[in-house]
Design a protein around this ligand. Sequence first.
Ligand code: ADP
Ligand code: MG
Length: 239
Amino acid sequence: MKNSKEPLPAPSPLLEVKRVSKWYGKGEGRFQALDDVNLRIEKGETVAIVGKSGSGKSTLMHLLALLDEPDEGAIVVEGTEATSLSVKDVNRLRNRRFGFVFQQFFLTAGTSVLENVTLPLKIAGVAPAERRKRGLMALERFGLQEKARNKASDLSGGQKQRVVLTRALVGEPDVIFADEPTGNLDSMTGRVVEDELFALNRERGITLVIVTHDEDLAARCGRKIHVRDGRIVAGAVAA
Ligand code: ADP
Ligand code: MG
């Protein structure tokens, strides 16, 4: 019989960055945005990525979220190297498992809140009736069900950010990537959006990876990854 005290092999981390470097531009203007970065993020963690403007935070997050590819090194998702997957499989993985709260992933202004929220489900091929049901349930969570039919452009800044959050969670992701999620909000509204993010982590075990300049928000996270000049200078591994 197998010795039951034998330790189980350690599970692969949810996300792993292995010796990653990234350059932008060519020739004279070539600029190294990330320099030999190593990082592990475990399932259920809340991680803040902090550092000065231009230090490489967004670049790192885009690579982690498989929105871009490193020039050197590898991004590994639960033991699978992203580069070993087809483009189609990467897109499917991103769509099914990742949620995004990015300022540049705007809502479509002229379209309804519900349509905006259910876009990831549409991309995933979920049928219209099911999309509607799940979209309304997700909106209800953030008290936005009454806004389902409104045009996204008719909402306040805070409501818009909550719609973005609703869209990020509608596909029941394992990870939410947020880039300055409270950057354009007043402190009260920002706090509400923050509370919602951390509630998703507590209640559903959703891993949070948050780029932020906000010290208070960073302090609420379980770990702070400090990026300076394209290198991680603190917090690369969970304590
Ligand atoms: P942060 O999010 O920390 O402000 P970024 O990751 O956005 O930093 O950028 C890191 C560095 O790479 C900056 O110097 C920025 O100017 C440069 N950079 C970012 N994106 C591009 C790009 N598409 N082309 C050229 N340089 C870029
Ligand atoms: Mg940035």
